[in-house]
Design a protein around this ligand. Structure first.
Ligand SMILES: *Cc1c(COP(=O)(O)O)cnc(C)c1O
Length: 395
């Protein structure tokens, strides 16, 4: 019998997960681990969270039958429209959820780290909404590269703190955020933006994003008279939109779970973010998982045209989906993703985020039957990527 896909009480999915953290961070993580499930499962918490998702975020997001895309790929293809969420992607589901948990814990301040700035903007939004003080740590180099998002965060009332050490990018911002949290455990909560980091973050973020597959089930029931599709397809950076889209199907063996990673210039080009193809077991950002590293354990610089997929690891749930073969992994290059993004724009009138375009490009790698029902999680919209589309040209 196939093994059940679930997290155990120590925060492991099979071989992956756990909490590999410095001693100084133990009090913060212990507090969260001891209380997150109690808080999240309380009916009045759920009520508050669901009401904000409905009236503020705009959920449920539509499940749209994309007729022309379906015709082209020879299956019945639905798009789960996470691109229609407030702030333009799925990240807001988790940012609001964690800000609410922080309030329940009596925290007044929120910190976060951001690379491209999307998680920073979602966090700054949640903090404005809930009246919490917000500091976002960001590498100085990333601040230059992502100016519009820096300004968005500031307009929303957040403080953006430049990380000036090392390569002045995401890794350095993470270090600064950790250091700040160690020194301010009492009044501060740290919002991590994907299903990565030490336990309980991967599980907490997965649960907040699981609203995606909860809605899919109800919507498929309406459209198709059944809860389960034949395929769910999602792009994987850290893995949060995929974890949310897969959650209620993890142990439904008839549903194939397709995880799409960014191959960058090609899986074997040396410029890639295809973690499961090139990675090996190790510890990254506080959990045991798959990551790209050199023989002596130095984390390899990842590359993808898409800032959201440009990550050297993958969450422990996805590492387990890969090892156990429950997940089917596909790799999509920059070029293939850009073509798929332009194709969706012309066929359906939807300009997708470049991250989501990777999921779309995987459609041509799958041998569908005409009767197959496919749900593709369209994680975000392409407004933020206009310059990337312009630079790419060919449209
Ligand atoms: C951040 C982001 C991703 C990648 O993050 P996951 O945690 O893997 O979901 C994917 N799509 C969009 C639109 C994003 O903003």
């Amino acid at each position: 019998m196939a093994q059940k896909i679930a997290i155990d009480e120590n925060g492991y999915y099979g071989d992956f997960g756990g909490a590999y953290i410095p001693e100084l961070l133990h009090p913060n993580i212990e507090e969260l681990r001891n209380s997150y499930l109690d808080i999240m499962t309380k009916p009045d918490f759920q009520e508050k969270f669901k009401l904000l998702l409905k009236d503020y975020v705009g959920r449920p997001t539509p499940l749209y039958l994309a007729k022309k895309l379906s015709e082209k790929y020879g299956a019945k293809i639905y798009l789960k429209r996470e691109d229609l969420n407030h702030t333009g992607a799925h990240k807001i589901n988790n940012a609001i959820g964690q800000a609410l948990v922080a309030k329940e814990l009596g925290k007044k301040k929120i910190i976060a780290e951001t690379g491209a700035g999307q998680h920073g903007v979602a966090t700054a939004t949640a903090c404005a909404l809930l009246g919490m003080e917000c500091t976002v740590f960001m590498g100085e180099k990333d601040m230059e590269r992502q100016k519009p998002n820096v300004e968005r965060m500031k307009i929303l009332g957040a403080k953006v703190e430049p990380a000036r050490s090392g390569s002045k990018t995401l890794k350095d911002a993470t270090n600064e955020a950790m250091r700040y949290w160690i020194n301010n455990p009492e009044d501060t909560h740290y919002i991590i933006g994907s299903v990565v980091g030490p336990h309980p973050y991967p599980d907490m973020v997965t649960r907040f994003q699981s609203v995606i597959s909860e809605e899919m089930m109800n919507q498929l029931q309406e459209h198709e008279g059944k809860n389960n599709p034949d395929y769910v397809i999602a792009c994987v950076g850290g893995g949060s939109n995929a974890a949310g889209a897969f959650y209620h199907y993890l142990n439904e063996e008839d549903v194939k779970l397709i995880c799409v990673e960014a191959a960058g210039h090609g899986v074997d080009s040396g410029e890639t973010a295809a973690t499961t193809a090139k990675g090996s077991d190790g510890v990254l950002h506080g959990s045991k998982t798959l990551l790209m590293q050199s023989e002596d354990g130095q984390v390899t610089e990842p590359y993808s045209i898409s800032a959201g997929l440009d990550y050297p690891g993958i969450g422990p749930l996805h590492a387990h989906l890969f090892k156990s073969k429950r997940g089917i992994f596909k790799y999509v290059t920059d070029e293939q993703a850009m073509q798929a993004g332009v194709e969706l724009s012309k066929l359906e009138g939807i300009i997708p985020a470049v991250e989501s375009a990777h999921a779309l490009a995987a459609l041509s790698q799958i041998d569908f039957k005409a009767s197959d029902v496919v749900v593709l999680n369209l994680s975000g919209r392409g407004d933020k990527d206009l310059q990337t589309y312009i630079n790419h040209g060919s449209y």
